[in-house]
Write a protein that binds this ligand. Sequence first.
Ligand code: ZN
Length: 380
Amino acid sequence: MSLLVTDVGRLVSWAPDAPTTDAALVLDDGVVAWVGPASEAPACDDVLSAEGGCVLPGFVDSHTHLVFGGDRVAEFTARLAGKPYAAGGIRTTVAATRAASNDVLLASAQRLATEALRSGTTTLEVKSGYGLTVEDERRCLAVASSVSRHTTFLGAHVVPEGSDPEAYTALVAGDMLDACAPLATGVDAFCEEGAFTVDQCREVLSAGAARGLHVHVHANQLGPGGGVQLAASLGAASADHCTHLSDEDVSALRDAAVVAVLVPAAEFSTRSVYAPARRLLDAGVTVALATDCNPGTSFTTSMPFVVALACRELGLTPAEAVRAATVGGAAALRDPSVGHLGVGARADLVVLAAPSEDYLAYRPGVDLVRHVVKEGVVVR
Ligand SMILES: [Zn+2]
């Protein structure tokens, strides 16, 4: 069943040879089968009119923590009243997640994934990290696998209450990884004061890499530290957060081709300083934008909101922000099949109720998504 996408006001495809105006696309069998001038478009079984709206690749949200129980609205409200964020807040969600049944966790993750899809996110990475026992991490990853094909084992999120940090790290890199690796495509660790040291993160991430998992690091979020250098030395797919960076950190990311995943909604929600996105882009680092959706520090699934923040607070142009939110996210997940609309790409796209991507920054907080297409199927 082929679908012609036509009446496109502007096409952002990231495909070098594709037109940006008077363009049309043909989607067939879940992939982009043809892209070119509307006047040359072949006949198709069905037609989707963009009604003059801008067509973008579906957003690729490369960093979320969608599997959890409970919420942290009380902590959030306290923070609005001036209480600072500390990594230990994660333990509140760990207790609620352990207490939740598989069905409750799955229903909640599905609801959030659907919310994300309606705002244009067609690819979503989902981390574990609120179970922190072999069985709870395994069942969180089983839930993650049923909402996404990009799942990341984050047993090294925080040391559980009452555990010895070294013994817990050995468990994560040993039995927990054994149970979780078959359900995961990536491994991640929170390298931060109050979470895990550089050496502990290296132990977990190296063990994950040896199992063929893509390496991600929660790095340099709350202060300067060795997380980014660790990511570079391991050849990680991404270093995430990257808020506090030295010049050496920036060059290490560039030289090791590690994607910097920036999550401005977390800084917005915690009233923290924003990551130095301009420095990264100007140095030639590949930048991705993600929501960091989690119940503690960034409870949003909206990539349009993240794009607006990136323009307003990180100094990106709308085109740079959309690039980071699509092809940048795909690079962070090492998934070249998404984030662009070249021939052969997954047929994942967003039609905006606006003539260009500039409106995502120009009209913040307004739902500008007219249609969402995932694997060739119009889902909104
Ligand atoms: Zn995170």
